[in-house]
Design a protein around this ligand. Sequence first.
Ligand SMILES: Cc1cc2nc3c(=O)[nH]c(=O)nc-3n(C[C@H](O)[C@H](O)[C@H](O)COP(=O)(O)O)c2cc1C
Length: 364
Amino acid sequence: MIENKPSAPRSHTPSDMPSEISVAARKDAHLDLAKKAVPSDDMPHPLDAITLPYCALPEANLSTINITTCWLGKQLKAPLMITGMTGGTSRARSLNQLLAAAANKHGIALGIGSQRASLQAGESQAELRRIAPDIPLIGNIGGAQLAAEGGLVLAQRAIDDIQADALAIHINPLQEAIQPEGDHDWRGVRAAILAAKQTLSCPILVKEVGAGLSIDVVDMLASDGIEMMDVAGKGGTNWAAVEAARRTPNTAQLYEPFLDMGIDLPDAIHGARQVSDQLFIIASGGIRHGMDASRCLWLGADIAGIAGRALRALEDENGTFHEDRLDDYLSDFIQQIKLSLFLTGNQSIANFKKMARICQENSD
Ligand SMILES: Cc1cc2nc3c(=O)[nH]c(=O)nc-3n(C[C@H](O)[C@H](O)[C@H](O)COP(=O)(O)O)c2cc1C
């Protein structure tokens, strides 16, 4: 029997909190605002500073480059996942189904967004497991919700509902501090993650949502036995800015100095890898294409994660779905990873990462 100790009610006290907004309305507002917040491809990204070494004499064959990667007992066709975005509304259900079909077709992992809303509404997303039987499917719940009364029970229901291969627990105090309805009491979240690790029926993955896991946080989690983390660094979807945009101009200005807070994605990857060689590191935070994903692998990540850009490929500004656009985006993305390996003279990811380690050791 999994039980959380009762906790005091969590405070939600911002003066401009819209009292009537439903979780479903918030989820759909997040989708619209996040789509607009995806930086355009010509904007600079901290990953631009990472140059992969060009090799004019590759001992490799582009047609047979091997980028398969094992994760959670399954084989990915590419070191890539679509990270958790949404759930709990009919639009979110359709999006998740289309993302699941695309991820399964391309053989990449899929995370779904927070399952709290759907579970509390008594709705199941079990169809996602049927649509995506072959790939790692990752459930999702918030750290603050996990620490609240009944959090562990909710987490186990999230796993069971989709027969998840792992459960992602998102820790996002920056977003929650600015979100009009956000959770402000983060005491006990670390202890709840540890309890989840000890009691839930599948592995735990801890993730930020775009402000990055610092080396200290990775160290704390690793010492609690957490072996998989999505460092979700700065450079992509900016949730602080999305939440500030949901506030009235008067209160939004309070948060202005915090909108750029966080750890750049390359620093977050580098820091996490410094903590341990054994960690399974997912890198997300504004990854644009397969070259960016390869730069993350170069820095020490095991797989790359994309959210905002996958959403923008799938759904246009009018809310129309374009499965073909997502399909093309993912095909190009995966081919770009193969090109990155080929053009650095590597036939496999193992070789590529070995080369990266040697280059880094030589530059230290
Ligand atoms: C519309 C949208 C909704 C999201 N919802 C969640 C969520 O429910 N749970 C979560 O862990 N992360 C959520 N994220 C964060 C992403 O998983 C990811 O960590 C972050 O957006 C950084 O990746 P990106 O820059 O490629 O978007 C969401 C992202 C988007 C774009």
